[in-house]
Write a protein that binds this ligand. Sequence first.
Ligand code: 5GP
Ligand code: MN
Length: 333
Amino acid sequence: MTHCPDVAPPTPTSRDLTLQAAVDVLGSATSVTVLCHVQPDADTVGSGLALGTALRRKGIPVQVAFAAPAELPVSMRDLPGTDLLVAATEVATEVDLLVAVDCGSAGRLGSLASRLGGARRSLVIDHHRSNTRFGTFNLVDDTAESTTAVLTQLFDVWGVPIDADLAHCLYAGLVTDTGSFRWGQAGTHTLAERLLATGIDGGAISRRLLDTHPFGWLPMLGSVLSTAVLVPDAAAGRGLVHAVIRCTDSAGLGAEEIESVIDIVRTTAEAEVAAVFKETAPQSWSVSLRSKNSVDVAAVATTLGGGGHRFAAGYTTAGPVEAVVAQLREALD
Ligand code: 5GP
Ligand code: MN
């Protein structure tokens, strides 16, 4: 069986930066490419657009992009700053500074990882515990709720005023990465309050990002949830629940519909670990993992070539569905 490891060793000269040092790197850049991760979520896009907007306001030439898919997910199209987005093929091959936002490893850049070589310097801004420090410079805070929360701190040190447009982008990452504030921490609501005070409509942003699906989502759920299997003795008896989304189930639907499934599957009381196998091409899988308390799924995903957070992680793999389920069960034991 094969899988696609995307954990690159750290660059030999890689260095972790303070917020002030990261501001100095950004402020001295003569041109910037900001890259979001493949299959982008609202944290990576919100971060990319907020940073792109801040750089543009400083008069620094900037492009923002992600490798795949070709189009921005529908739910993110009203984020301010989408005019900064360029197609993956349009991303400059040479640039002074490349910034990766919300990417735990270079593999998360997809085909645009090729642009790291043409950048004079690179800066990784992230909050993933499994971050491989693949930049020349890294600003990684694994205690932050979202990459947009890291950016808020950066903007404060930089003296970038957070107006409603920036707040909209920053809130998008905060609300999605905290599961609509279900797993917020001390400080999360203070940050939300500050962003909401700029006048943004938090309810409308949440509804658009998290609570809007086309009708075809409902029959897809019916089909996919009927594949759910509970394996009580998996994960050393803590229990695993898994479901499979075939290409035929998700045809015509967007990333938002596919990504919503894990949030239903993970509610299963009898299982500590939940997994959704998302078929991206025949026998190719993107796998979402979630846990509740006692299993570090970032560690599990890392052994399978992926990464993520303690309670939310993922990886890609290939093979017949029975084999990829068996591979996960083995990694969990
Ligand atoms: P999701 O299940 O929402 O796609 O991903 C959950 C978490 O795992 C996210 O923080 C995401 O960054 C991480 N993740 C998902 N897939 C991969 C992967 O293929 N490689 C790495 N390194 N991280 C992943
Ligand atoms: Mn994130």
